[in-house]
Design a protein around this ligand. Structure first.
Ligand code: ADP
Ligand code: MG
Length: 172
């Protein structure tokens, strides 16, 4: 595959998302070495069946392109309520090719010592980094996810993104 370029395309208005951390296939950490907290998405067809929060998540996943995003996140009901940088993926996980629905998965660039399934996760998505791609091998996928993490870590250091950890959204 030709070399992949990353750049941060800042969203016109950052997306504030919240929801429960659900189980996926468990392969993020097992097969890839990167745990990704999967955000619950309510796929109900009728908009009035959704809470305001669920609607925001659906709007995000329905209206933004698949790929990698840079975000800030907090495990809002965890012991560690720090706000950490995130490499977030939105899409189909084409390497595995077995999803019926898109997922939103947040790799928090922080070492939490324990799982946080069923906890409430809050995310502020600040920008798009690269489209979702199918790589030729698992090794290549792993290398690119690592590079996504490095890129997001660096990009979020820009002073223009520094206000988010102190935003009232994470204090509520
Ligand atoms: P699943 O397929 O169930 O999402 P993963 O292998 O992707 O499984 O692991 C994700 C889980 O790991 C998260 O739901 C969370 O409970 C835990 N976890 C621990 N540390 C992190 C982290 N730094 N970022 C994301 N999830 C983490
Ligand atoms: Mg996961």
């Amino acid at each position: 595959m030709a070399s992949l370029t990353r750049s941060l395309a800042v969203l016109e208005s950052p997306a504030k998302l919240a929801g429960t951390v659900v189980h996926g296939f468990g392969r993020g950490s097992a097969q890839l070495g990167f745990p990704t907290a999967n955000l619950c998405i309510n796929w109900a067809e009728k908009a009035d069946a959704l809470t305001a929060e669920e609607r925001d998540v659906r709007t995000f996943v329905d209206s933004n392109r698949t790929g990698i995003y840079a975000a800030w996140a907090q495990v809002a009901t965890g012991e560690d309520r720090g706000v950490y940088k995130v490499a977030m993926s939105v899409g189909w996980n084409p390497h595995f090719g077995d999803l019926e629905r898109k997922t939103i998965e947040a790799w928090l660039l922080h070492d939490f010592g324990a799982d946080f399934y069923d906890r409430r996760l809050k995310l502020v998505v600040v920008g798009f980094v690269r489209p979702e791609l199918k790589f030729d091998s698992l090794d290549e996928l792993i290398k690119e996810i690592q590079a996504d993490g490095d890129f997001c870590r660096g990009a979020l250091d820009d002073p223009s993104h520094a206000r988010w950890p102190g935003d009232p959204f994470f204090a509520a």
